[in-house]
Design a protein around this ligand. Structure first.
Ligand SMILES: Nc1ncnc2c1ncn2[C@@H]1O[C@H](COP(=O)(O)OP(=O)(O)O)[C@@H](O)[C@H]1O
Ligand SMILES: [Mg+2]
Length: 236
């Protein structure tokens, strides 16, 4: 496309990632490239073990590519060249991450789990100054996800679908620009999974950019665009 209005928000260019297993190098990404436009919902489809989670972790700066192994850019900036502070801010503010297995903290209730990114991103004083505002933001998010009656419940008291809704609320708490979703319905039955995809579709309709990885072509088909991860590279 040559459309000048096309804005690349997040990109991976020629990214390589090798895991070391004892004395053996296992190359997983072998020059993967991906461009995500602002406002787009893209699905990366790939078999189990193809490197989908690895790619998503690199996009979110939760892990790093091999030295010299390509670059991840967000809003034009080479993510790992930023200061540590800017990188923390990127992870905490610009990106929201949703995992297949929710990763909620079992000892915190639903409201507290949702508030966590706000707590992490602010000083203690900053948090207390904005506490009631943040709590109402979290409560409203949870209510809009049909969890208003669950605020004081612990994750183990919730169904899988409810847990993933909480995880999405947490990911959206700091109003990220991009949501990175790693097999967000992978642990759910089809009906519940559809509910989660509908929820992502609503967020997308209100402007959220989404990168979702999945092994399931039917789930990938919910996105605007599907690319495939194969043999360490992204193919259109
Ligand atoms: N931390 C790690 N150490 C060693 N090998 C890993 C690590 N993480 C992933 N791998 C390997 O890299 C490959 C890709 O993993 P992953 O990105 O999780 O694939 P996917 O999400 O597509 O199933 C797999 O063979 C996996 O075993
Ligand atoms: Mg995975």
């Amino acid at each position: 496309m040559s459309d000048a209005s096309r804005e690349i928000l997040l990109s991976a260019r020629d990214v390589r990632k090798t895991y070391r297993m004892g004395r053996v190098d296992v190359p997983v990404l072998k020059g993967a490239s991906l461009e995500v436009e602002a406002g787009e919902w893209i699905a990366v489809l790939g078999a189990s073990g193809s490197g989908k989670s690895t790619l998503l972790h690199l996009l979110g700066d939760l892990d790093q590519a091999d030295p010299g192994g390509g670059e991840i850019r967000f809003a034009g900036r080479h993510v790992i060249q930023n200061s540590q502070r800017a990188r923390n801010r990127y992870r905490n503010r610009s990106i929201g991450f949703v995992f297949q297995f929710y990763h909620l903290l079992p000892e915190l209730n639903v409201l507290e789990n949702t508030l966590l990114p706000a707590l992490v991103g602010l000083s203690r004083l900053g948090y207390y100054a904005q506490r009631s505002e943040l709590r109402s933001t979290a409560r409203e998010l949870l209510e809009s996800f049909g969890l208003g009656h669950r605020l004081k419940h612990r994750p183990r008291e919730l169904s899988g679908g409810e847990r993933q809704r909480v995880a999405i609320a947490r990911a959206l708490m700091n109003k990220p620009t991009v949501l990175l979703a790693d097999e967000p319905t992978g642990n759910l039955d089809e009906e519940t999974g559809k509910g989660i995809l509908d929820l992502l579709a609503e967020q997308h309709a209100s402007g959220l950019t989404i990168v979702m990885v999945t092994h399931d072509p039917d789930i990938a088909a919910r996105a605007d665009r599907v690319v495939t991860l194969h043999d360490g590279r992204v193919v259109e």
